[in-house]
Design a protein around this ligand. Structure first.
Ligand code: ADP
Ligand code: MG
Length: 325
């Protein structure tokens, strides 16, 4: 199978929304009147972002999911994406499930594959995603204000738990592992929540490198600080939410580490004024996505972790993921 057969078979589909899809030198996109284009790009490299043994269908899902998560964090509606793919060989046993997993998630969000590039090389998947948002309404990292409530969606830490089990540095019962593994391999981009938070949230970011680090980006960009209640966040790991599990899986520090610095979660962290608590809950309900209030924003810079009594909690050993640290 040649390059163009491969593109035609696995990556060319009708694009009713885009003005022009795969097959010419450029694709053409027409954002709606008064809309800004939201654009983001994320690359997945074998051995760095995924294990060579991963199911190709799940990899297709994840490659797009991590990009849709960035649109979600801006409150943008997905429109289209491009796919730059380096492959060792044209292996149909890999391409067929990869393209199925990728395009199934694309269909779920009405996000059309409009172009890309295909080359031979070490397996590498690079997606650029395009969304639209009414001009001036994108949720930015820089919008947090003192007095805002601080929220996070869904659960945190399970993807990192699964990675540790794969690496052999952690062990949990099989059912816990399967649940954590699904979070690592098939994250759910919180697109509906991002859209529902337009006009409500002051600032937002998606959690890819760990809660503390990504929240830190909001704090830096906004010139503010935050207080986070670790007695709430510690319970955000799905692995420990099942009340029928009588024995604790790991000690409290380990559990907190997964939640605060695990990474690969693709949940949204956002701030909203305290006067909009009802609106936040309505948005969460509309998006069918749980959200938890974990703290608040203060004028004093820095991130302060506290326990249920408001006493400082030290987590100096925790660091967010950094490719070059
Ligand atoms: P060009 O040489 O003009 O860059 P290519 O020969 O690389 O074009 O690609 C031909 C067409 O196929 C283009 O429309 C391009 O966007 C599309 N394309 C290439 N690879 C992919 C892919 N992996 N997924 C989707 N579209 C692709
Ligand atoms: Mg090309």
């Amino acid at each position: 199978m040649g390059e163009f057969d491969l593109i035609a078979r696995y990556f060319t589909r009708p694009t009713p929304n885009a003005a022009l899809g795969v097959g010419d030198d450029c694709a053409l996109l027409q954002p709606g009147p008064g809309m800004q284009l939201a654009i983001s790009c994320d690359m997945l490299v074998e051995g760095r972002h995924f294990l060579s043994t991963v199911d190709p269908g799940k990899l297709g899902h994840k490659a797009l999911a991590v990009n849709l998560s960035d649109l979600a964090a801006c409150g943008a509606k997905p429109l289209a994406f491009t796919l730059a793919l380096a492959l060792e060989r044209a292996d149909e046993a890999w391409l067929a499930p990869f393209s199925r997993g990728l395009l199934a998630l694309a269909d779920l969000h009405g996000c059309e594959l409009i172009g890309g590039d295909t080359t031979r090389g070490p397996l590498n998947i690079c997606i650029t995603v395009f969304g639209e948002v009414p001009a001036g309404q994108a949720l930015l990292r820089s919008g947090a204000r003192a007095g805002d409530d601080l929220y996070v969606s869904g659960t945190l830490g399970d993807a990192r738990l699964a990675l540790d089990v794969f690496r052999g540095t952690q062990s949990v019962p099989a059912a816990v592992f399967e649940q954590a593994r699904a979070r690592m391999e098939q994250p759910t981009p919180r697109v509906a929540l991002g859209l529902a938070l337009r006009g409500i949230a002051h600032a937002a970011i998606d959690v890819s490198d760990g809660l503390l680090g990504d929240l830190g980006h909001i704090l830096d960009a906004s010139g503010v600080g935050a207080v986070v209640d670790t007695s709430i966040t510690i319970n955000l790991i799905a692995a420990c939410q099942d009340s029928t599990r009588v024995t604790a899986l790991f000690d409290a520090d380990t559990q907190l580490g997964y939640v605060l610095a695990g990474g690969d979660d693709y949940e949204l962290v956002f701030t909203a004024p305290a006067s909009k608590r009802d609106a936040v809950h309505a948005a969460a309900e509309q998006a069918q996505t749980p959200v938890t209030r974990i703290g608040h924003i203060e004028a004093q810079r820095g991130l302060r972790l506290v326990d249920a009594q408001g006493r400082p909690v030290s987590v100096q050993h925790l660091r967010s993921f950094d490719h070059f640290a």
